[in-house]
Design a protein around this ligand. Structure first.
Ligand code: IMP
Length: 425
């Protein structure tokens, strides 16, 4: 399949890093198409953990080309830190990493606004990662953002940065009582970044389309997840980009006709970080049990993730939105010691069964999940390599999920290591 898009089908943190790493073996080019350093993709190789925030996980495979495409918002410091960290661990990225000149750049006023807006909202806050993602995308839509191509042109950069700092300082000062930023300091800091980043700056739109013309195998890597998508997620408790499959076209500059396959990743249960509705959230001791066994702490912020039962209604909707034919189910081993497992098969709102997903976050937060209970397998599955060797109850759980979401389960992950993966079922 020359062009595969990979998306998360829940609220992010589905374990995409590991699955991207797996699918990257059979790809030539791996492209990140949205989000920024709010993401955290974890890959474990030979017990060594790599957390990537901006650079596609494909970089860990020798010789693969990685692209940060136009839909991504780039914090240059975060990018350079990541490049340095890879370098320290002996991973050579020379002529393997390309960054779109159309990427919007994150500036200190973006993360400061993100932080102050959240503080001001108080109880109504979104629970963002405070990395400046929302304010940077807001500038993009307001047509006042600064792109990598602007940073590369000193005359243009000076004018745009000056205009932005003047405007943002006024907002920071008058609305939030914050002193503001000095043009000279921000300019000097970003010129330093520019000098190091310019070697990666590329017209990735042509590069990607040419690679597709040459039938090279491309993997388009989505960050976050379907229900954090700004259009289809649990708005306003979402991120500011399109994390669904359609986002790959806009985020890379390719036509929908170019995409051959969309692959989904789901966790064997559900998690979310930050605020917002979560119908199947655990309310008892299961929360800490699953959180600890699953190491459910944010890869970017370290925040404890909220955990709950698998929500088939939600994932079925993600299957429809992204036209998923297949999914990978990750972290099945986390459920090893649970006697009974629940799957949410329907929603009830004010005593009535719902046929579709609620359209507002307020309605969503009043949903009562309808559960089906299945027996757990109560044994360790971490070392199982073949589907046929899984306990019967684990197979039953997977096949019920597949039936309810209307997609094939073609990969199962039973641990964080590359080898703890069951493929082609
Ligand atoms: P933002 O993307 O930092 O603006 O955060 C908006 C919402 O998306 C918050 O609930 C974050 O916790 C959530 N979020 C952003 N990135 C990720 C991610 O990579 N995994 C899980 N949640 C995320």
């Amino acid at each position: 399949m020359p062009a595969t898009v990979i998306v998360g089908a829940q609220w992010g943190d589905e374990g995409k890093g590991k699955i991207i790493d797996l699918l990257a073996r059979d790809s030539d080019i791996i492209v990140r198409f949205q989000g920024g350093n709010n993401a955290g993709h974890t890959v474990v190789i030979d017990r060594s953990e790599f957390i990537l925030h901006l650079i596609p996980s494909g970089i860990l495979h020798k010789g693969k080309i990685c692209i940060i495409a136009n839909g991504v918002v780039v914090n240059p410091k975060a990018l350079l830190d990541e490049i340095d960290a890879l370098d320290k661990r002996g991973i050579d990225i020379d002529r393997r990493l390309f960054v779109s000149t159309s990427c919007h750049i994150i500036f200190p006023y973006h993360w400061k606004l993100d932080q102050l807006k959240e503080e001001k909202k108080g109880r109504g806050k979104i629970g963002t990662t405070k990395k400046g993602i929302g304010p940077c995308y807001a500038d993009k839509a307001a047509r006042s953002g600064i792109r990598l191509s602007d940073l590369l042109n000193d005359d243009i950069f000076k004018i745009k940065l000056k205009d932005n700092i003047d405007e943002k300082n006024e907002i920071l000062n008058k609305v939030y009582g914050f002193g503001g930023f000095s043009f000279d300091e921000v300019y000097a800091e970003y010129i330093g970044y520019r000098d190091r980043i310019k070697r990666y700056a590329t017209d990735t739109i042509s590069m990607i389309n040419e690679a597709l013309n040459e039938n090279r195998r491309l993997l388009f890597e989505g960050a976050q997840g379907t229900f954090l998508d700004v259009d289809f997620g649990t708005y306003p408790y979402v991120t500011s980009s399109n994390a669904t499959a359609g986002g790959a076209c806009i985020g890379c500059g390719i036509s929908p006709s170019r995409i051959d396959r969309v692959f989904g990743v789901v966790k064997a249960y559900t998690t979310r970080v930050g605020e917002g509705p979560f119908p199947t959230e655990f309310s008892d001791e299961l929360m800490s049990k699953v959180r600890n066994k699953g190491k459910e702490f944010g890869a970017t912020t370290g925040r404890p993730r909220r955990c709950g039962w698998f929500d088939a209604v939600l994932v079925r909707y993600a299957v429809m939105l992204n036209d998923l034919k297949e999914v990978a189910v990750t972290k099945l081993d986390v459920l090893d010691n649970l006697k009974n497992l629940k799957i949410c098969t329907g929603y009830e709102y004010k005593g009535k069964k719902l046929d579709a997903l609620p359209s507002s976050a307020e309605m969503f937060s009043e949903i009562k999940p309808i559960y089906e209970q299945l027996p757990g397998w109560m044994c360790n599955i971490e070392d199982i390599k073949n589907y046929k060797d899984l306990p019967e109850n684990a197979k039953r759980y997977l096949s019920r999920i597949s039936e309810l979401i209307n997609a094939k389960v073609s990969i199962v992950s039973v641990g964080s290591g590359r080898e703890q993966t069951i493929e082609s079922m």
